[in-house]
Ligand binder design. Structure first.
Ligand code: ATP
Ligand code: MG
Length: 173
């Protein structure tokens, strides 16, 4: 029945806005009745604005990480977390329960070698035809870019970090 074409969307680059744009996408999608899941590979330990908003807007947000690896300092644990998040995502993609699945910081996870690239590529390629997927994170792999339908690179022109301004609540998290 559905004539929808599932898109693979990638937000990459060094500039700020990759996760923000994915959250904007979730907000738009849920407003049209799409069932949205966002899996966050890295965020998890602290409470973010998007967790509250997801609840209010009615999309599912799963923070399944523990922070950045240079905070956790435990590669094995990071890998286990990434694998668990990916397995959950795979199940959800196959379930038919979602119309858009977002993997926040997937590019970073792949760049660190925490997940097998071949498995991720094959799974995304063989997903249900009408399922939209979105991946964020710096340093997207060439193979990911090749497979995607829509790729946007955020370019850093200015960032308050350079002036020593620390992360602002509601803007960064
Ligand atoms: P956001 O979640 O704000 O959309 P992002 O997803 O594009 O940012 P990440 O690569 O996930 O950015 O980086 C995580 C954090 O690093 C963000 O809080 C972001 O503001 C910060 N950041 C992004 N670009 C820079 C930069 N050029 N210099 C310093 N910090 C940065
Ligand atoms: Mg991000």
């Amino acid at each position: 029945m559905s004539e929808r074409t599932g898109l693979m969307i990638v937000n990459t680059g060094n500039g700020k806005g990759k996760t923000t744009a994915a959250l904007g996408l979730a907000m738009r999608a849920v407003g049209t009745g799409l069932r949205v899941l966002m899996i966050q590979f890295i965020k998890g330990r602290w409470k973010t604005g998007e967790q509250v908003s997801a609840k209010n807007l009615g999309f599912e947000l799963r923070p399944m990480g523990e922070g950045f690896t240079w905070i956790t300092q435990d590669r094995e644990r990071d890998i286990a977390k990434a694998e668990a998040a990916w397995e959950y995502g795979k199940t959800c993609m196959a379930s038919g329960d979602y119309d858009l699945v977002i993997f926040d910081e997937m590019n970073i996870v792949l760049d660190y070698g925490y997940l097998a690239l071949e498995d991720v590529l094959a799974t995304l390629q063989n997903r249900p035809k009408d399922l939209h997927v979105a991946l964020t994170g710096r340093r997207a792999k060439t193979e990911i870019i090749d497979l995607a339908d829509l790729v946007t690179e955020m370019v850093a022109i200015k960032h308050p970090y350079k002036k020593g301004i620390k992360a602002q609540r509601g803007i960064e998290f």
